[in-house]
Design a protein around this ligand. Structure first.
Ligand code: 5AD
Ligand code: SF4
Length: 467
């Protein structure tokens, strides 16, 4: 990589040194090839980080396994966005206690967004003595060092320092898929929505250099990937702070210019950074999906202010209408939080109004979960969980009707789809350029290929036939 900084090279060299050392000692500790089980929670960013962790584990000589009971190294890459994900992780960490009693040399590691929080670090230190190492979101590259030290007699390792906030280029990677692949283009978030823990656990926004992104995309295309998902907590503010003439719209155009038959998707976009220049790039670039995942979180202007979202419902609707006008057939999905502190039923009705007006293809809906250290966690939250649950169900029912209507409108039309998944015996699923999935009878040999499918009916999925 031409642009690698000295610091980055130094980090990779140091990591490589520890990789070699671990490689040397593993045969002295295990009579078999040691196995690593990497458990991932949360968003695509974490899934993508885990692909790097898997790459690092393999480069040290570990074999990957999905079965934690057979593993010599068990890692939990955790999520902190909502409370119940955290509870689930603690439950699963607890289950490794029994395994460690077996007398085998088993290492347990916890990392990711949840681990980055001081309060979680303390809890693990105190109440989970069988966890060997815990590290935050900025330290994946140090994993070989932690493992080496722990395997050679060091005490338990806890490292959640956040003074290092650079993107490390050139880490090994084990990609989970062959057709669809993740490509992180930026890390962190500067927005500080008042309910959200991400800026605290992932740090400030950092964009990767365009040439590093383009190189990685080239490699992915060369190795057969057909769908590249560009990732970022705030993907459309890409380029901020970089010393070159680039923004997200320009990056899309550059990637679209790469040779090959493949598609480009991206998430997550923030409405405040969704420019007309970006909408036009989505329209013009034939490889870019005509789909926007555009979280609006709430339809109430009062709540949006409290959330620090920096747009209002009118601005959001204008943006949607502009996108509909510029990008023929564009589809939308969104994230919504129900029951933000102080939200009333009237506020919630504004959310319903917006949902009905936009007619999203699908929604990702969440009941508000207070996150320690965020401003919203200190706000008055008088509405009961039960009441919020009722609003939540009402929202789901409204969206279900809209989704059905949306899906029904596809029947009779023919789309070029990317065959990306096996969903049954001789049955594949394929994605249209509008991010809609269609199921059809086809042989597995078509996986990764583009075919034309005519939509025959909508049951609870779209079903079609290859034409
Ligand atoms: N409670 C509930 N949902 C949340 N999200 C983020 N933080 C919280 C929270 N504290 C949701 C938002 C975001 C999505 C990834 O998760 O809708 O867009
Ligand atoms: Fe969280 Fe808001 Fe950043 Fe998204 S944009 S990661 S919701 S702070």
């Amino acid at each position: 990589m031409s642009n690698m900084t000295e610091t980055n090279q130094h980090i990779l060299q140091s990591m490589q040194g520890y990789i070699e050392r671990v490689k040397e000692i593993l045969p002295t500790l295990y009579s078999h090839t040691p196995k690593a089980c990497i458990n991932t929670y949360g968003c695509q960013q974490n899934v993508s980080d885990s692909e790097k962790i898997k790459g690092i584990m393999e480069s040290m000589g570990y074999e990957l396994t999905e079965d934690y009971t057979k593993a010599d190294f068990i890692l939990f890459n955790t999520c902190a966005v909502r409370g119940h994900a955290e509870d689930r992780v603690f439950g699963n960490i607890g289950r490794t206690k029994q395994l460690k009693k077996s007398g085998e040399k088993i290492l347990v590691a916890v990392c990711g967004c949840m681990a980055q929080q001081q309060i979680v670090c303390e809890k693990v230190k105190k109440s989970y003595p069988y966890v060997d190492m815990l590290f935050g979101t900025h330290h994946i590259q140090n994993l070989p060092e932690y493992i080496y030290k722990r395997l050679t007699g060091s005490g338990r390792i806890f490292d959640i320092s956040d003074d290092f906030n650079e993107v490390v280029e050139g880490l090994p990677i084990h990609r989970d898929g062959k057709i669809k692949g993740w490509l992180p283009i930026m890390h962190g978030c500067d927005n500080f929505c008042t309910y959200c823990i991400v800026p605290y656990v992932r740090g400030r926004e950092k964009s990767r250099l365009p040439e590093d992104i383009i190189n990685e995309a080239r490699q992915m295309i060369a190795s057969g990937f057909k769908e590249i998902m560009l990732l970022g907590q705030n993907v459309n503010s890409y380029g901020k702070g970089l010393d070159c003439d680039i923004n997200f719209a320009k990056l899309l155009r550059e990637l679209n210019g790469l040779e090959g038959d493949f598609r480009i998707r991206f998430m997550t976009s923030h409405p405040k950074d969704c420019t007309l220049e970006l909408l036009d790039a989505v329209k013009d670039c034939e490889k870019v999906e005509k789909h926007l995942h555009l979280p609006f979180q709430s339809g109430s202007d009062r709540i949006l202010k409290q959330m620090n979202r920096r747009y209002d419902s009118e601005g959001y609707l204008n943006l949607i209408n502009e996108a509909k006008k510029r990008i023929p057939g564009v589809t939308f999905t969104s994230d919504i939080i129900v029951g933000f502190p102080g939200e009333t039923y009237e506020d919630f009705c504004q959310t319903l109004r917006l949902v009905k007006e936009v007619e999203f293809q699908a929604l990702f809906t969440f009941i508000y979960s207070a996150r320690n250290g965020t401003p919203a966690a200190k706000m008055d939250d008088p509405v009961s969980r039960e009441e919020k649950g009722k609003w939540f169900s009402e929202l789901l029912a409204v969206q279900e009707d809209i989704s059905k209507k949306n899906y029904a409108s596809y029947v009779g039309k023919t789309y070029r789809v990317l065959c990306d998944e096996v969903v049954g015996n001789s049955k594949l699923s394929g994605k249209t350029l509008f991010a809609v999935d269609i199921e059809f009878d086809a042989d597995e040999s078509l996986l990764g290929k583009f075919v034309n499918v005519k939509v025959d009916r909508f049951t609870n999925v779209l079903e079609g036939t290859i034409v």
